[in-house]
Design a protein around this ligand. Sequence first.
Ligand SMILES: CC(C)(COP(=O)(O)OP(=O)(O)OC[C@H]1O[C@@H](n2cnc3c(N)ncnc32)[C@H](O)[C@@H]1OP(=O)(O)O)[C@@H](O)C(=O)NCCC(=O)NCCS
Length: 170
Amino acid sequence: MGEILETARLILREFVLEDAEALAQVLSDPQTMRHYPAPIDRNGVREWIERNRRRYANDGVGLWAMVLKATTEMIGDCGIIRQPVDEEFLYEIGYHLRRDLWGQGLATEAAIACREWGFTHLPVSRLISLIRPENLPSRRVAERNGMTIWKEVQWRGLHHYVYSVTRQSA
Ligand SMILES: CC(C)(COP(=O)(O)OP(=O)(O)OC[C@H]1O[C@@H](n2cnc3c(N)ncnc32)[C@H](O)[C@@H]1OP(=O)(O)O)[C@@H](O)C(=O)NCCC(=O)NCCS
């Protein structure tokens, strides 16, 4: 139900409120969220899910729940969000993964699938990822997703690279 796409090891599907406990293992982890102002508390995790459910309804996209096929566990999120950047709306690929599963290429696998899904289903010529310069693992995922640094912006008051891939170069 609510399934968006499938890769070799993962299913991406829409979040439901019942995912809150598993998602808290990702978003409430201080190390996972060290590039954010703060880890997200239980209430914030429920709001995160509700916000993404509104995005599915309003934008047709949002961050989706990442499910590991081998165990059926919900292990993180990856998806596409519509973001205002420099006064234009762009579609951003984002990802957060439970820390014990880092380094197996799972985020890269999900991000590539989202890029392919985006260029198939959205009328856009560019997909982006907004990344703090010091977030090296996230930058590696973006690079392996075919992205290069397009420009630099202040995003929510913090310096970010805008990584980008165009339909032509994908
Ligand atoms: C970013 C994130 C989703 C990557 O997940 P992942 O499944 O481990 O990613 P992958 O295994 O596909 O690739 C990670 C890459 O970063 C590299 N990497 C990991 N830790 C690193 C570090 N401390 N310094 C430099 N590179 C690092 C890995 O070596 C790998 O690159 P390589 O395969 O070329 O060697 C995960 O680290 C995460 O959840 N981070 C916290 C949330 C976050 O910052 N999200 C992005 C917001 S913009």
